[in-house]
Design a protein. Structure first.
Length: 355
């Protein structure tokens, strides 16, 4: 029997699959918790939100998401402190960004109260899936898809907003080797690069697979017009350290306004590290590498937090980046994880406790 809060219908799973899970051996993004959040947009408005048992869904082959790609998503995490309290990290940023992404794809904005009340109801039901300990978390995937069965090329009238949850464990990210893009582009001026649109990621898979065939794990993307400015690394924002100065590209309609990125910029200020937000060229980074002034390159994002880049290639020139002791990447990662796990002061009010 479904229970009801003021705004959300809650149906609990009859049984939990949590006892079958090996939390010390998780394959990221392949295992999901007992419940999910669902809210449908029909007749020009969002209907009653629901938390229901995690389950398969069926759609008609003509559902517009399959034909015109109206699909956006977010990535966020829930953390559990040693005292059992559960926290989200800057969730309002995720809420604002999924609506920004939706609007760019002509999809309706989602109500803030539904988002937060739905998240809290979902996390309270599946709290046991969130394990304490540095690096352990519950990865949350809010997303919106167009569900109306019609193949005319126009925005849909019906949508579904959902949140599913996947436990994630602390893991060591091996440094990655990257290829700087010379031909392919992640996004272009006036496009949807700033949005977390599903198609952005699909379009990256092919050039990334070509890089992997050459022995690289990822691509550093360059601007579509000249391929001379460095913009993102794989699916992450990217930082460069020349001497003791950090440099990262400004956000634009091509570059995602990453929440980890903006947190790193604030941490740099807190730690007294000089950081420049400006366009950075391939030639500048190659010259710094040749002069021994390029100390670090790293990507930032929700899933991996920080991914260290150990080498890059451009126009058949390979540059190795030796590991250094006073790594900004490692300092930032520890500082951020301590805040997320309620182990240090949160002077910017980034933690959001789930009540």
């Amino acid at each position: 029997m479904a229970q009801h809060t003021e705004k959300i219908s809650i149906e609990k799973a009859k049984t939990s699959k949590i006892d079958t899970v090996d939390f010390n051996n998780l394959d990221f993004g392949r295992l999901f918790t007992d419940h999910m959040f669902v809210c449908d947009y029909e007749d020009g408005k969002w209907q009653t939100p629901k938390v229901i048992p995690y389950q398969a869904m069926s759609y008609e082959p003509s559902a517009r998401v399959f034909h015109y790609g109206q699909a956006v998503f977010e990535g966020m995490k829930a953390y559990k402190g040693d005292d059992g309290k559960v926290f989200l990290f800057r969730p309002k940023e995720n809420f604002d960004r999924i609506n920004k992404s939706s609007n760019r794809l002509a999809m309706p904005s989602f109500p803030e109260n539904y988002f937060f009340e739905g998240l809290e109801a979902l996390l309270n039901l599946d709290s046991d899936w969130i394990k304490p300990g540095i690096g352990n978390s519950l990865y949350l995937r809010p997303f919106v898809i167009a569900t109306e069965p019609a193949i005319s090329a126009s925005p849909a009238n019906n949508y579904r907003f959902m949140i599913i949850c996947s436990p994630a464990q602390s893991y060591y990210n091996s440094p990655v080797r990257v290829l700087i893009a010379e031909e392919f582009s992640r996004s272009a001026d006036g496009g949807v690069g700033f949005a977390k649109a599903a198609g952005n990621y699909a379009a990256q898979f092919y050039p990334t697979s070509l890089a992997q065939e050459k022995g690289f794990q990822q691509i550093i993307w360059t601007d579509a017009s000249t391929h001379s400015f460095l913009e993102e690394a794989g699916t992450m924002n990217v930082f460069f350290r020349i001497d003791d100065t950090l440099i990262t590209a400004p956000t634009s309609d091509r570059i995602l306004d990453g929440i980890t990125r903006k947190s790193m910029l604030q941490l740099a200020e807190d730690l007294g590290i000089t950081c420049e937000v400006r366009r950075v060229t391939v030639d500048e980074i190659k010259a710094a590498a040749k002069e021994g002034r390029l100390k670090e390159i790293f990507g930032t994002g929700t899933a991996a937090v920080i991914s260290i880049i150990s080498a890059f290639e451009h126009k058949e020139e390979l540059f190795e980046i030796p590991e250094i002791e006073d790594s900004y990447a490692k300092l930032f990662k520890k500082t951020l994880l301590d805040i997320q796990h309620n182990l240090s002061e949160d002077k910017h009010g980034w933690r959001h406790e789930v009540k």
